[in-house]
Design a protein around this ligand. Structure first.
Ligand SMILES: Cc1ncc(COP(=O)(O)O)c(C=O)c1O
Length: 566
């Protein structure tokens, strides 16, 4: 009898504990769709396509007729400028786009989808470039543009720097050439330097940042014998399925927790659970905690609110470090994006917190593709001495490719050089001043746009509710700035940009903003709020859904792929 009493009590306790853990997990979810991956994917499948016709395109905010006419005239003029200035680039882009899926994707998602078709038709952006020099790139039409795309963050020291890294690095390894499997001796020096930079014991080479993250997580799972990885809401860690549980990945990974960034509820989960192998941190999230990397396709209204607080983020990382240490959870800094951009020894140095594993990529390859994991010895080991059949497998045909190692060697050597070291002196001071000067200038001209930044990584925030902020990227391009496909969401500068070069950029930004306002895109005459805008778009979505759903329409386009080749 007593036995059954204890068994029942134990069962009740276990159920209660499970419920408590579950509740803790729910509390640590950020209350946005980015925090609820499955729901986000489900809703994404329900969002119907619809688009604005020519009239709605210019009056999506119910602007008065004279303003609509003004916008229409400005759009026609801008379209004429694009057609003339980017003719060759746009023509070649049109020619190949139907055969390049990546181009189809990026072309569609430069602006909110309701506006996309008109924009694609009239403001075609060419993707081809002929050359680069210093901070500029030249397109097929001979336009010399100032590059603010930063090549996805790779460009830290100017394109000529990387050309030299590739050239000199290639010369160093030429005798060996593309022999794989064996190492060029230059690798030994790269390893030495990477250990010094990371402050960690061992190094492994991969082909991309995504692969480096995959390997870091795999090692953490192998050594802790626990399945779950924790990522923070909104954080990008490459496109591997386990780190991308929401929209974009057709499957739900079964061993990923997405928790609130910078929140005590997440620390409680880490403290309480026994199934967590590692926590992945992408320090660029300090600029927009709990939000996805911004893109202009998401500029439905002006709600983008980016702000960086170094002290708060450093304090958060310290707390994370403490919990991970106490619970035997592997703390991984994914420095693929920010590594070397914030400080010569990366985010660990910048935020003053040490990780167990660190991933690097992008700039480290000296202009060539790479991914690197650095880590503590006991975590990097790929076998278990006591159980020889139990290994943690990782290979990759092109890992440690001699040419990549050569370019990396140049990069790492130059990183130590005086001219490069000088760029890091007062780095934040330089970029804070530049951002602040530009913001003052925009503010004193009463323009409803400001920049927010994490050192040399910038984003535009919009101050007045508007449906047309995404147009700003086209005015910036017209001013001769080369942006990436996410538009005004990410401007990435190279650290060697001179004050004069930056002044030219600021000049163009201000001119583009003046033109935006002059042409009537930033009208908020009536008391339009971001909430009004979102409500209106929601209404439109519901109407479109009703029209295309099997209830509202007789020919519902539900199946996307018929399967058979015709
Ligand atoms: C933080 C972070 N991790 C991983 C990746 C993936 O790197 P790659 O594009 O080289 O696969 C990226 C790419 O932007 C990144 O920013």
């Amino acid at each position: 009898m007593l036995f059954w009493y204890f068994a029942a009590a134990l069962a009740v306790m276990l159920v209660l504990r499970k419920a408590q853990l579950r509740l803790m997990l729910s509390r640590a979810k950020y209350p946005s769709l980015a925090g609820h991956s499955r729901l986000a994917r489900l809703l994404a499948r329900l969002v119907p396509y619809y688009e604005y016709d020519e009239t709605q395109f210019f009056s999506a905010d119910d602007a008065p007729p004279e303003l609509v006419a003004k916008r229409r005239a400005a759009f026609t003029q801008l379209a004429a400028l694009y057609a003339q200035r980017f003719a060759r680039g746009a023509a070649l882009t049109r020619e190949v786009t139907s055969a390049v899926s990546d181009l189809q994707f990026t072309a569609r998602y430069r602006v909110p989808f309701q506006f996309s078709r008109m924009v694609r038709q009239h403001l075609a952006v060419g993707v081809f470039l002929e050359s680069s020099a210093g901070s500029t790139v030249t397109d097929l039409d001979g336009n010399r543009l100032i590059d603010v795309s930063g090549s996805y963050g790779v460009n830290l020291f100017g394109y000529d720097f990387y050309k030299e890294c590739i050239e000199r690095g290639s010369a160093r390894v030429r005798d060996l050439g593309p022999v794989l499997g064996a190492y060029h001796p230059i690798v030994a020096d790269n390893v030495r330097r990477l250990r010094e930079i990371s402050g960690l014991d061992e190094v492994s080479f991969h082909m991309s940042g995504t692969e480096a993250v995959m390997q870091a997580v795999r090692l953490a799972r192998y050594h802790t014998r626990r399945p779950y990885l924790v990522r923070f809401c909104g954080a990008y860690h490459g496109w591997w399925g386990d780190v991308q549980p929401g929209v974009g990945n057709p499957l739900s990974p079964d061993a990923t927790y997405t928790l609130k960034d910078m929140d005590a509820a997440s620390l409680r989960v880490l403290r309480a659970r026994n199934d967590i192998a590692c926590v992945l941190v992408n320090p660029v999230q300090s600029l927009h905690p709990n939000a996805n990397a911004p893109a202009d396709s998401g500029l439905i209204d002006s709600a983008r609110g980016t702000r960086f607080d170094r002290a708060a983020y450093s304090a958060w990382l310290k707390k994370l470090r403490e919990v991970c240490t106490a619970r035997g959870i592997v703390l991984i800094f994914d420095e693929v994006f920010v590594g070397f951009r914030l400080a010569p020894r990366g985010a660990q140095e910048y935020f003053g917190v040490r990780a167990d594993l660190v991933t690097y990529g992008k700039s480290l390859g000296g202009g060539l593709p790479v991914g690197v994991v650095c880590g503590r010895r006991e975590l990097m080991r790929r076998y278990d001495e006591a159980h020889p059949a139990d290994v943690c497998f990782a290979r990759g045909t092109f890992n440690s490719h001699p040419y990549v190692m050569g370019a990396m060697h140049e990069f790492l050597t130059r990183l130590e050089s005086e001219p490069v070291r000088a760029l890091y002196r007062d780095l934040d001071g330089v970029w804070d001043r530049r951002a602040s000067d530009l913001n003052t200038r925009l503010q004193s001209a009463a323009l409803p746009v400001q920049v927010a930044h994490l050192s040399s990584i910038w984003t535009f925030n919009y101050l007045a509710p508007s449906r047309y902020n995404w147009m700003f990227q086209y005015y910036l391009r017209a001013q001769g700035l080369a942006l990436s496909w996410v538009g005004t969401a990410r401007l990435i500068f190279s650290l060697d940009l001179s004050d004069a070069e930056f002044a030219a950029i600021a000049e163009r930004v201000a001119a583009a903003a003046e033109a935006m306002r002059r042409d009537g895109w930033w009208w908020s005459g009536t008391a339009l709020t971001n909430k009004d805008i979102r409500r209106r778009v929601l209404r439109e979505l519901l109407q479109a859904w009703w029209a295309t759903s099997s209830i509202g329409s007789r020919n519902s386009p539900r199946s996307r792929y018929s399967g058979a080749r015709q």
